[in-house]
Design a binder for this molecule. Structure first.
Ligand SMILES: Cc1cc2nc3c(=O)[nH]c(=O)nc-3n(C[C@H](O)[C@H](O)[C@H](O)COP(=O)(O)OP(=O)(O)OC[C@H]3O[C@@H](n4cnc5c(N)ncnc54)[C@H](O)[C@@H]3O)c2cc1C
Length: 438
């Protein structure tokens, strides 16, 4: 195993794709071409493919694409993509900042194609361990496994984890592997199970009060006549996401500096103050569509679809006849049972899986936090650098899990690895260690 990459990127979603672009642009201007690769468990590029619902659109301006905020002249901007596809003028005529998710996925896939030679698709990274030169921890050894069970080890000086989130499963559903219980991330893939053979009514519960829950509910109620959909939310209503202009400044790049400069309590307070920009909230236009749908039910005197507010799932029983939910009213404490054919958990994502992947590095990792450059704090004698993309919301703010800062964050990582003094010092001492090995 002679080859040691400058970095390995784990995951090839938008975060590491943006990094691939920033790395290429660094190589073009510096004349130094880093040797890098990415490992992605999916067989090909796709972006939240289970939620590419017909008619769904982006929650962010197309100008916050993979490159524009860093380099509007990049060949990887959304506008370049439109030009290449011959749709630039047509897109202008749409008069929107918010393309469909289908189109944005196509844009991301188009950009990803340019890096196909650097990406090992169809391999899941299962562990990351230190490797040693002359007794010094000189970098990371990444073990991945293909769908056919073939394992591969690769080494790098630096590691960038851009692995996104892991489905968040509510306590009542923990450990259940019933195919009738589906996380929103697999919604479209599970539609056949949701719809059945089409011969009879299908009762579907959608759990969650955020954008994904609302989109799935609206899709089911609007497009599939055999479905009776119930949207179960803990709160008293569906609440709109705040995307007003002053509030939206929290997604500006300089806000990352502001929040990072705070003490942990102030950071937590700032996150909580602006939580309603992203969590348990729904785009106002979609709320209005759902309200309209319920109004139509009143006009017709037929009520196949329901919004159950102040409800949570206390326990779950799976039976041949369906999934039985014990529903607790969060105000009165009353419980009752209801049976559904399918339950969809639109309950969000956890972002702590990097800890599992990095278990082999535990001896070197000092604490939970990262520095401003998204770099985990490792013991000084360790030559490796490990960066997290999308796992730093607590310290870097709500933009961390979104697309907002990708174009700029990717450049910060490139600078930390190939330009800044700390990274450069680590590289020099690593080269010395390698030289001493002869
Ligand atoms: C339905 C939906 C819509 C969204 N819409 C918007 C939006 O409009 N605007 C916005 O700003 N944000 C949006 N987001 C937030 C979203 O997190 C970002 O858009 C973006 O996907 C973040 O990119 P990422 O690369 O960090 O993570 P991801 O897109 O999740 O990509 C991570 C990649 O890592 C791979 N991976 C994970 N573990 C491993 C492993 N062990 N080995 C190998 N590969 C691995 C995954 O397969 C995946 O491809 C949306 C999220 C969802 C779920």
């Amino acid at each position: 195993m002679g080859l040691v990459y400058d970095y390995i990127g784990v995951g090839f979603g938008p975060s590491n794709l943006a990094l691939a672009i920033a790395t290429e642009e660094f190589a073009l201007r510096s004349g130094r071409e880093p040797n890098v690769c990415f490992i992605e468990r999916k067989p090909a590029f796709s972006w939240h493919e289970g939620m590419l619902i017909d008619g769904s659109s982006m929650q962010i301006s197309f100008l916050k694409d993979l490159a524009t905020l860093r380099n509007p002249a990049s060949r990887f901007t959304f506008i370049s993509y439109l030009k290449v596809c011959g749709r630039l003028e047509d897109f202008i005529n749409l008069k929107t900042f918010f393309p469909s998710r289908e189109e944005f996925n196509d844009y991301l896939g188009w950009a990803a194609d340019a890096f196909a030679g650097q990406v090992h698709y169809g391999e899941e990274v299962i562990s990351i361990e230190p490797f040693y030169n002359a007794g010094i921890c000189a970098g990371v050894e990444v073990l991945s496994c293909s769908a056919s069970g073939q394992s591969t080890r690769r080494r790098a000086r630096n590691l960038v984890l851009g692995i996104g989130g892991v489905a968040q499963i509510p306590a009542a559903f923990t450990g259940m592997t019933d195919s009738r219980i589906v996380h929103s991330s697999r919604y479209l893939g599970a539609l056949d199970a949701v719809l059945g053979d089409g011969s009879g009514k299908r009762r579907v519960a959608v759990i969650g009060g955020g954008q994904s829950a609302a989109e799935i509910f609206h899709d089911l109620a609007g497009r599939y006549p055999q479905v009776e959909a119930s949207l179960l939310v803990r709160g008293g209503s569906l609440k709109p996401s705040d995307d007003s202009p002053f509030v939206n400044e929290i997604f500006n790049a300089d806000f990352t500096d502001r929040i990072f400069a705070q003490a942990p309590e102030q950071r937590a307070q700032m996150l909580s103050e602006y939580r309603n920009t992203n969590y348990s909230v729904v785009d106002l236009e979609l709320i209005e569509k759902i309200y309209h749908l319920f109004y139509q039910q009143k006009v017709r005197g037929q009520h196949p679809h329901r919004l159950l507010t102040h409800h949570e799932v206390a326990s779950v029983k799976t039976e041949d006849a369906g999934v039985e939910l014990s529903l607790r009213n969060t105000l009165s404490g009353d419980q009752r049972r209801e049976r559904f054919d399918v339950v969809i958990l639109a309950t969000g994502y956890r972002r702590d899986y990097h800890r599992t992947l990095l278990a082999g590095f535990a001896d070197y990792i000092q604490g939970d936090g990262v520095d401003r450059q998204y770099r985990l704090q490792l013991r000084a004698e360790c030559q490796a650098q490990i960066f997290l993309q999308g796992g730093c919301e607590d310290s870097h703010g709500l933009s961390d899990t979104l697309l907002s800062v990708l174009a700029l964050r990717s450049e910060e990582l490139v600078n930390a690895m190939f330009v800044d003094s700390a990274g450069a010092q680590k590289r020099e001492s690593l080269q010395l260690a390698e030289a001493s090995l002869g």
